[in-house]
Design a protein around this ligand. Structure first.
Ligand SMILES: C[S@@+](CC[C@H](N)C(=O)[O-])C[C@H]1O[C@@H](n2cnc3c(N)ncnc32)[C@H](O)[C@@H]1O
Length: 274
């Protein structure tokens, strides 16, 4: 991230979700506030074509909220959204008693709060903002200061963030989450190491790398799927799912007339619990 500026990739991800609401039927990820939260930035510009990145943004939002739903039925009583960006879960469930903690870089969080205010979207009582720079601060003390209950199981989502962190920060954060409570669960996404990819996917990787570096958010963390599983096991998490793009297409985009789907195999979505 560029110091003093909100995350540009957070704006990109939110824009893909807004495009999905307007352009795609049926919806994979139903987010009635996705357009409204961006309204202070002016009229939404719509792209001419279906985009595989839009499909990815929709799939990961849906995957996380489906896993949250299942985790709640297993007794998780808190939801922590790490690197929340312009996520609207808390505002879509404003009447819910589920405590939600939005953790994000202070610059992105301040920008989001100003967008929410301008858009007339109120922060619900069950929501707490926690400003954390993962590159410099540890998650747990900041959460503890914010009313998070370490004695209660929690569900964590961490979408679109690991690629921008150093590997040590990724695993320290996941280990800290595991250490908080034995019934904690996490969903996160990661970019697949180039050594695992076809030449075509490697090319797509290079394009993304160049693109996000230009936005001031260079890629730092990539991993092979077996290494993810091994690290999670060492930490004490079992991998419930580690889905590649074809598996996500099968789950969320089968038989769509508009051909919306994720391309390649460069990213994966993980759900882990003890
Ligand atoms: C691609 S956006 C994803 C936002 C949101 N999770 C989504 O899916 O729309 C990346 C997010 O990671 C956050 N982030 C990046 N580096 C960070 C850091 N060092 N500390 C805290 N948050 C960071 C950004 O502020 C941004 O909200």
């Amino acid at each position: 991230m560029i110091q003093g500026r909100p995350s540009t990739t957070a704006l990109r991800a939110a824009t893909y979700r807004a495009h999905h609401q307007v352009l795609d039927q049926p919806l994979v990820f139903d987010d009635p506030l996705a357009v409204k939260i961006l309204s202070p930035l002016g009229p939404l510009k719509l792209p001419p074509r279906t985009s595989p990145v839009r499909a990815w943004a929709a799939a990961r939002g849906r995957f996380a909220e489906d896993a949250l739903h299942a985790a709640r039925s297993r007794g998780c009583t808190q939801y922590v959204i790490l690197g929340a960006g312009l996520d609207t879960f808390a505002y879509r469930h404003a009447g819910s008693v589920l405590p939600v903690f939005e953790v994000d870089h202070p610059d992105t969080q301040a920008w989001k709060r100003s967008l929410l205010e301008q858009a007339g979207i109120a922060a619900p009582p069950a929501l707490t903002y926690v400003a954390v720079d993962f590159a410099r601060q540890s998650l747990v003390p900041e959460l503890a200061r914010s009313g998070f209950r370490p004695d209660e199981p929690a569900f964590f989502s961490w979408l679109g963030v690991t690629p921008y962190l150093h590997e040590s920060a990724v695993w320290e954060t996941i280990a800290a989450i595991r250490g908080l409570h034995p019934r904690n669960e996490i969903v996160f996404d990661y970019l697949v190491a180039r050594s695992e990819l076809s030449w075509r996917s490697r090319l797509a990787h290079r394009v993304i790398e160049w693109y996000v570096a230009r936005l001031g958010e260079p890629l730092r963390f990539l991993s092979a799927p077996p290494a993810i599983r091994t690290h999670l096991e060492q930490i004490g998490f079992a991998t419930v799912e580690d889905l590649d793009c074809p598996a996500l297409n099968e789950r969320y985009f089968r038989n769509r007339p508009d051909r919306l789907r994720i391309a390649g195999r460069i990213a994966r979505l993980v759900h882990a619990r003890a």
